[in-house]
Design a protein around this ligand. Structure first.
Ligand code: UP5
Ligand code: MG
Length: 190
């Protein structure tokens, strides 16, 4: 029902913690639309947008693109969507992102799915991914980890204080992680 109030789940966790992998499974089973902020930014680069160079440089440096740019891409994707259940993957990455989204949409997330994973495991996964991402090299990976700890963990902590963070052990197999998170999405089938 597209006329009702959109329901949003933020999917957060460090680089390589398995956000995209689990989002695909949730989409297949629970009728959500998956909006990866990183994917939207990479599509924006490919489209030849005037912001493309700036975005590319920031991703290569592991930095967080200005909220203005990311929120605009998310809003556009939400407006074009045919359902009102959204998994927003990899956003908000800092308090500025969080406040900008809140201000522009007036929406509060249902909850935050947080994939908790040690840096060593995330590093191993990213180096093994081999999808040609400009940020999957050891130098950029270290920068992404630093930004995650300094800027993104405070967002997860903010929602934890509101009782909205659902923390998941992301070190298990893909199937085991999915089994753990499935119960959180069952209510959305009704
Ligand atoms: N894998 C997955 N699950 C596994 C499991 N349980 N066991 C073993 N292996 C597992 O998984 C990573 C790899 O691990 C894959 O090979 C997978 O098969 C395997 P994936 O599901 O891709 O993990 P994910 O958490 O999605 O990792 P990703 O690298 O996409 O996370 P990031 O948060 O770093 O990347 P994102 O695309 O969100 O952002 C990239 C950059 O864009 C940011 O660094 C930033 O510069 C910019 N950005 C912004 O500026 N603002 C935003 O809002 C968003 C992004
Ligand atoms: Mg991803």
């Amino acid at each position: 029902n597209t006329s009702s109030r959109p329901r949003v789940v933020f999917v957060l966790g460090g680089p390589g913690s398995g956000k995209g992998t689990q989002c695909a499974k949730i989409v297949d089973n629970y009728g959500f639309i998956h909006l990866s902020a990183g994917d939207l930014l990479r599509a924006e680069i490919k489209s030849g947008s005037p912001n493309g160079n700036m975005i590319q440089n920031m991703i290569k440096d592991g930095k967080i693109v200005p909220s203005e740019v990311t929120v605009k891409l998310l809003l556009k994707a939400m407006n074009e969507a045919t359902t009102d259940k959204f998994l927003i993957d990899g956003f908000p990455r800092n308090e500025e992102n969080r406040l900008a989204f809140e201000k522009v949409t007036g929406l509060e997330p249902e909850f935050i799915l947080y994939f908790d994973c040690p840096l060593t495991e995330m590093e191993k996964r990213l180096l093994g991914r081999n999808e040609g991402r400009v940020d999957d090299n050891i130098d950029t990976i270290r920068k992404r980890f630093k930004v995650f700890i300094e800027s993104s963990l405070p967002v997860i902590d903010h929602y934890d204080k509101l009782g909205k963070t659902r923390k998941v052990n992301a070190t298990k197999t893909r199937e085991e992680v999915f089994k753990t998170i499935e119960p959180l999405f069952k209510p959305f089938l009704e």
